[in-house]
Write a protein that binds this ligand. Structure first.
Ligand SMILES: [Zn+2]
Length: 423
């Protein structure tokens, strides 16, 4: 475990690096860093350099993840993977994802500085895409590692109609080689991710650190109410087929029924497009996004069912049409119990007790869990505000997190190498 002085040195370095990365953005005065953009290239170069300085062998893989490996005593052993993502949402904070990558580098930095080689390799991965901000599909970085990239994704486009395939060429990658990024099952024994909580639970408990039990599943839909646009002055209210009013009726129901169904279910409409969008024209069509998340697939299933049933009922009553299309889904992810226990013990050492909590946000661990055991350590962030420039983490919390994280990594290697050697 890092002692508190070492952890303080690292925490300061992490904060200054978070600030440095925050300047690499495509939008002035905010942090927006998209997958396969030129900012992504710059960040990879910088983070790759930090990995190298920490003693790792560094490479950028075939989808643009930046990877560093710190070999074990023996060259060819499986690895414990530590990581998170380096891309951001629009107008993001400076810690989401990034804190996990930089903390992992610090763990290796101290091993290398003290000339310690463990029984298993440690790899740090800075995933290129977790948020899905640019192409609307999330977890593209980690899905390459698991070998679950779908060919059709290459044709998905960003707002400028640039396809993933073209963006890869611009980035210096070849989409024919994506399969080379995938890893053999036997080469990885565990994945551990340190991440800000992005919610208020740890702060409410007055605890800096916690362990994630499960990551909620998600469904994303493109929906629309289709009515008829018309003159805002001449069409009497009773003859209108106003799509915005239908939508408004539905969204208040959405809030009501989501709360009523289960305390851990959430539903969000984050994008609304009203057309034709003129002051003197009745809204003929509302296109909107719907994102629902929660702990159990069956809950998500029943919530989406009642939401769409109600949307159709409202549309019928108003002589409108309602249509929806699901374009993304993830199932609930359960974190590995052995890894959870190790994290809990490491956290107890630094903060006296540990706490278990679910993650309402998706993470790279969701994709990785399809093939390998995963665990997550959460660090509290100010008022739970995330995906927002106000995102903030206390440096003393980072110090404790680094101590617990490094301790856990060490013990995970001990645990997993036992298993590895005996087989
Ligand atoms: Zn994140």
């Amino acid at each position: 475990m890092l002692d508190s002085n070492e952890a303080k040195i690292s925490a300061k370095r992490i904060i200054s690096r978070c600030n440095e990365l925050a300047k690499i953005t495509c939008m002035e005065a905010e942090i927006t860093r998209l997958y396969l953009s030129k900012e992504h290239l710059i960040v990879n170069k910088l983070v790759g350099q930090w990995m190298q300085e920490a003693g790792m062998l560094v490479w950028q893989d075939e989808v643009g993840n930046i990877c560093g490996r710190y070999n074990s005593t023996f060259i060819k052993t499986p690895a414990v993977i530590l990581g998170s993502h380096l891309d951001t949402v629009k107008n993001a904070g400076r810690y989401d994802g990034i804190l996990g990558v930089l903390s992992s580098i610090e763990v290796v930095y101290w091993l290398n500085k003290k000339n310690i080689r463990l029984k298993l390799a440690i790899e740090v991965i800075g995933f290129g895409d977790e948020e899905g901000t640019r192409f609307g599909i999330t977890l593209l970085g980690s899905r390459a590692i698991t070998g679950t990239w779908k060919k059709k994704w290459l044709f998905y486009t960003d707002v400028e109609e640039i396809s993933i395939s073209q963006a890869m060429i611009n980035f210096g990658l070849n989409s024919n080689n994506i399969h080379n990024a995938s890893r053999n099952v036997e080469d990885i024994v565990a994945y551990v991710e340190l991440h800000i909580e992005q919610g208020p639970c740890l702060e409410k408990e007055n605890l800096p650190l916690g362990v994630v039990t499960n990551i909620h599943g998600a469904r994303r839909f493109k929906c629309k109410f289709v009515g008829e646009s018309g003159h805002a002055g001449t069409v009497p209210m009773m003859y209108r087929r106003d799509a915005l009013i239908a939508f408004s009726e539905w969204i208040t129901y959405m809030e009501y029924i989501t709360i009523k169904t289960h305390s851990q279910l959430v539903a969000t409409v984050g994008i609304i497009n009203c057309s034709p969008g003129a002051i003197n024209v009745i809204p003929g069509m509302i296109n909107f996004s719907l994102d629902i998340r929660g702990p159990k697939d069956v809950l998500l299933e029943s919530l989406s069912y009642v939401l769409f049933k109600q949307a159709k009922r409202i549309a019928n009553n108003r002589h409108l049409n309602f249509e929806y299309e699901e374009y993304y889904r993830t199932s609930e992810t359960i974190c590995d119990t052995t890894l959870q226990n190790i994290l809990c013990t490491s956290i107890e050492k630094v903060q006296g007790k540990s706490i278990l909590l679910p993650s309402g946000a998706g993470h790279d661990a969701v994709a990785i869990a399809e093939r390998w055991p995963v665990a997550m350590l959460f660090i509290r962030n100010y008022r739970g505000i995330s995906h927002n420039p106000e995102e903030s983490v206390n440096i003393n919390d980072i110090v404790l997190a680094l101590q617990a994280y490094s301790d856990a990594v060490f013990r995970i290697v001990e645990e997993k190498s036992k298993y590895y050697n005996s087989h």
